[in-house]
Design a protein around this ligand. Structure first.
Ligand code: SF4
Ligand code: SF4
Length: 98
């Protein structure tokens, strides 16, 4: 399951960006690129690109963005449910792209 940022609670501090091993978090209003395609921003606040979020599986035991967020507004995204095995496979697929 990817993580999601609650835009109503996010204070736009950016503390979650640097700890993310998958560069899955972007600044609000900024477009993002995935597989050479550019997409519009998903939010006016910082947001998670669910295709890039492995819940930190493959890197850490816990989601690093959750630990970094001072207002606890990052939670599991029920709209993108994935098993641990699926997250491991996702992490393997993402690593060679770097
Ligand atoms: S859970 Fe990990 S991979 Fe997902 S957005 Fe947070 S820091 Fe990035
Ligand atoms: S750390 Fe939390 S409050 Fe700060 S930008 Fe990220 S989601 Fe928003």
């Amino acid at each position: 399951m990817a993580m999601r940022i609650d835009a109503d609670q996010c204070i736009d501090c950016g503390a979650c960006v640097e700890p993310c091993p998958n560069q899955a978090i972007r600044r609000g209003g900024e477009e993002y690129t995935l597989k050479n395609q550019t997409y519009p921003a998903l939010s006016d606040k910082f947001y998670v690109i669910h295709q890039l979020c492995t819940q930190c599986v493959g890197y850490y035991d816990e989601p690093q963005c959750v630990n970094a967020c001072p207002v606890d507004c990052i939670t599991a995204d029920a709209a993108h449910e994935e098993s641990h095995e699926q997250l491991e496979a996702k992490a393997k697929n993402l690593k060679p792209q770097k």
